[in-house]
Design a protein around this ligand. Sequence first.
Ligand SMILES: NC(=O)c1ccc[n+]([C@@H]2O[C@H](COP(=O)([O-])OP(=O)(O)OC[C@H]3O[C@@H](n4cnc5c(N)ncnc54)[C@H](OP(=O)(O)O)[C@@H]3O)[C@@H](O)[C@H]2O)c1
Length: 303
Amino acid sequence: MAKNVLLTGGTGFIGKHLTDVLLDSGFSVSILSRSDRENTPLVTYYKWDLKKNYIDKNAILNADYIIHLAGEGIVEKRWTKNRKKVILESRIQPIELIFSVLKENNKTLDAFVSASAIGIYGAITSHKICDENTPPANDFLGTTCQEWESSVDKINSLGIRTVKVRTGIVFGKNEGFLKKLVPSFKSGFGAVLGTGKQYLPWIHVEDLCQIYLKAILDQEMIGPYNACITDNTTNSRFSKELAKLFGYSIWLPKVPPFLLKIVLGEMSDAVLEGQRVSSEKIQKMGFEFQFTDLEKTLVSCLH
Ligand SMILES: NC(=O)c1ccc[n+]([C@@H]2O[C@H](COP(=O)([O-])OP(=O)(O)OC[C@H]3O[C@@H](n4cnc5c(N)ncnc54)[C@H](OP(=O)(O)O)[C@@H]3O)[C@@H](O)[C@H]2O)c1
């Protein structure tokens, strides 16, 4: 019988792609969602209601692997005090619920893999290259990712292998980061943000899904792995490439940091700063990125 992979947040951008990859690889797939969804011949849906601390336990009891992707969008709304709480709790509370079901039922898993983010290294622009041993930053994203990853360690305390995928900015066709930017670039109004010197470590969604697949299959993988290309792409280079693909050179002045701070508040840090991140650890595990060239990757996402 096919092994079952349970995805939390499997209805989102990464989860949809990952579902296809897992099915193609011979796994059965289940998804935990906050909304009622009809099962399909290929995917079984289970419900949870985090506000009521409710979870359909069968989701966990039938799973061989869990991949945790659920969480409120990080850059969807201004980071008010309440929004920050929601961003953090929507990632941690699901892990707590899963932990209690596993513990109460003496249930084990072949692996628990969780999303995390390169934001753990902080909103800093420097020439330093962050690897998995770089200490977490003290800013909002740094502390959020740290707490998120610490909750994953609770699952590890049950003797379950755990992997944390510290994800860069994910590129996909009309999805995620590009979905937000493409309309303005397409209309000829693309612009460099701030100094443009901030790094933008990116990954194509197909490569990311292959990392998740490897994380469940490869028993040697334990702990954090950076998942992004280390090609030193900056916001300036990215913006110029994107504009070029729409047939023009950027003519607008750089968007000044103060303006972004007024519009986005503290969240502006996430676009005005960006660090260099090493992917050496995952590559040393034998992983080969298929999308390594920025221009070709953007072309594949736009056509
Ligand atoms: N996309 C990126 O560039 C990127 C970069 C770094 C890290 N990541 C991380 O990777 C994970 C998946 O990203 P994604 O881009 O696929 O996200 P997404 O498209 O926003 O999907 C996330 C899913 O999480 C569930 N969700 C949303 N709010 C929730 C809440 N308050 N409580 C519980 N579940 C909630 C939703 O599923 P239901 O509505 O079905 O419940 C949603 O489909 C996230 O944790 C994200 O932070 C993404």
